[in-house]
Ligand binder design. Structure first.
Ligand code: PXL
Length: 270
């Protein structure tokens, strides 16, 4: 089998393999595309927490993006951990040079154990500049609250926050509802013209490390293949749910999901 499309992933490394660039590469590969990377930081972590973060210099990040893309043009880009304003500015500059239209932004802010992965100045630039450059932003509820200052307790609050993100210049928004106290998972997809709710049964497990990274990479993979953004979100959510449900039990803390679950379901998604 030949890869269907090429995806550039701009994100941090998670040594435990469940989140970050490792989750992204596994997801893109499992869904049949070719993964390229620009690593923004190296984290030392396991399922119980983050031990340390080593930033990669903004110049080096730009080189990875530009030199790689000049040779193999990405069909889509997924952006994850961007920990400093210097890094965001470098990524913005490089994105302007390589001219790729399909960009999915996962506004990564904290790791599962609570370690901050971005500083406050970066959040400002993400809101004022980067958000306007991307096709879709995929915050979870805590991230949407920080970006919009809306307190979210319900689906109506999620919609209110999503509209603020559209007003800030995002073309499309997917707010993930996993943090709501409800038996049904409700994720909201919204743009200026339409709104959709994806409903799924909540799976109760502590092993959800890297679900956000996985979801945004899966969206990038489906979107790069020509599906609409809405369809890409719907299919990516199914993939993540299937991968959570497939139940790996690795490590003593928040373990990873099973990225290989797609091997069984890829036929159904055709
Ligand atoms: O899931 C968010 C995330 C993104 N990127 C890296 C991470 C994590 C969470 O741990 O380690 C590198």
């Amino acid at each position: 089998m030949k890869p269907k499309t090429k995806i550039l992933i701009i994100a941090g490394s998670d040594s435990s393999g469940g989140a970050g660039i490792q989750a992204d590469i596994k997801t893109v590969t499992a869904l049949g595309s070719y993964a390229m990377t620009a690593i923004t930081a190296v984290t030392s972590q396991n399922t119980t927490g983050v031990k340390s973060i080593e930033p990669i210099s903004p110049i080096e990040i730009s080189k990875q993006i530009e030199f790689t893309s000049k040779d193999i043009k990405p069909d889509a880009i997924k952006i994850g951990m961007l920990h400093s304003s210097e890094v965001i500015n470098a990524v913005l500059k490089s994105l302007n040079k390589i001219n790729v239209k399909k960009i999915i932004l996962d506004p990564v802010m904290v790791a599962k154990g609570g370690t901050k992965l971005i500083d406050n100045r970066s959040i400002k630039i993400l809101k004022s500049k980067l958000i306007k450059k991307v096709s879709l932003i995929t915050p979870n509820i805590p991230e949407a609250e920080i970006l919009t200052k809306v307190k979210i307790f319900s689906v109506d609050d999620m919609i209110r926050a999503a509209r603020i993100l559209i007003d800030l210049g995002s073309k499309n928004v997917l707010i993930k509802g996993g943090h709501l106290k409800s038996r049904v998972m409700q994720d909201i997809f919204l743009n200026k013209y339409e709104i959709s709710t994806f409903k799924n049964k909540k799976i109760y497990t502590k092993n959800t490390h890297g679900t956000g990274c996985t979801l945004s990479s899966a969206i990038a993979a489906y979107y790069s293949c020509g599906k609409t953004l809405k369809k890409s979100c719907e299919m990516a959510i199914k993939y993540v749910n299937h991968s959570i449900g497939s139940g790996l039990k690795y490590g003593k803390g928040h373990g990873p999901i099973n990225h290989l679950s797609t091997i069984n379901i890829i036929k159904r998604f055709k």
